[in-house]
Each structure stands twice: as structure tokens, then as C-alpha cells.
Design a protein around this ligand. Sequence first.
Ligand code: ZN
Ligand code: ZN
Length: 193
Amino acid sequence: MADVAFSCACGTLQGVVRDAAPAKCCHLICYCSDCRAFARHMGQLDALEPGGGSPLVQVLPAQVDITQGADQIACLRLSPKGLNRWYAACCNTPLANTPSTSKIPFAGMWRPLFETHAPFGKVTTFGFTKMARPGGARKDKGLARMLGGILKRTLSAYLNGTARQNPFFDATGAPVSPPHVISAEDRTAAYRE
Ligand SMILES: [Zn+2]
Ligand SMILES: [Zn+2]
């Protein structure tokens, strides 16, 4: 297992994912239009995989430490009930998506943040391939394994008392930066393909 450093594009925000290992994460490409809209909104289309897939690594939030620039953490939602989509405000680099509550210990980290992603192992999962653009994966893969992994990690986090350790939420469960819902105009632009 390894500690994998990450950084926003400008280097103001830095952190590390501890104990990275293929068995402790899910390395996936998500082709859903929401993840792609987030990437487009953040000006990150170039970082997507062919077919408009978002490269993500799902880990437990307790594995994630922000070591510098935590005051740059910001959060948006594409719709009022959407996922929390965290980013570094200094340079608009995506950080992670999480549920809206820290009771569900889950973070889908934006893979381009990492200096290397080898410790996470190969991509095991393709999600929402029906929404892929031309050139993307054609068939979903690994979703059962992904869900099983999420369940297993969630349970273990609750059993070992780390479920509420989360760089995106404080000890009371409040987001470290309040999510803002993007405007209708921005939303239309983000989803325009
Ligand atoms: Zn930055
Ligand atoms: Zn997605």
C-alpha cells in the first residue's frame, strides 16, 4: 500500500490518499452526463477519457488528507439534489464527488489530481456507458464489484470508527464549504454536447 500525493493544477491545494491499493478503491471511468457536465463546467474536458468518460478513484474519505490549501475547497451542485462536487477554487480543479452527507463515507476522487495513479491499479469499472460519446466504452463493466466494494468499505469504516473522518465535512457533519447550485444558464451550458 502506498500514499499517493495529489495537487490542484496551480499547486495551492495539496493532499495525499493514504493506503492506496487496488483492493481498497474502485478505479473507474464514469460516462454519465453529470460527471461530464461538471468537467465541462470546470473547463476540464481535455482531462476526460475518450468518449467523454470521467476518470475517478473511489476511496474512503478517511484515506484523504488535505495537507495544504484546505481553505481553497469549494463545492457546487449541478442541481439542488445532485451530488456534492468539490473543487479547488484557486484554479477550478475538480477534487471529488461525494454524497451530500458525511454519513455515507464515499469520495470519488478526480484522477487527474494524482501525480501517479499506478497504486490504484488498473481501471476495473466502466459506468453509465449508455451515455458515452462516440469513442467511449460500449458496455458497463465491474458495477457489481464497485457496489460490493462501496458496501465493504462503508462497513469497515463504521466498524473501525473512521466513517466520519472526512476532509469535506467537519466533525458535526457540516460541509467545510457550503455547496452552491450552479445557475440555470451555466447548467444549460454544462450539459450542451
Ligand atoms: Zn489551485
Ligand atoms: Zn458520473
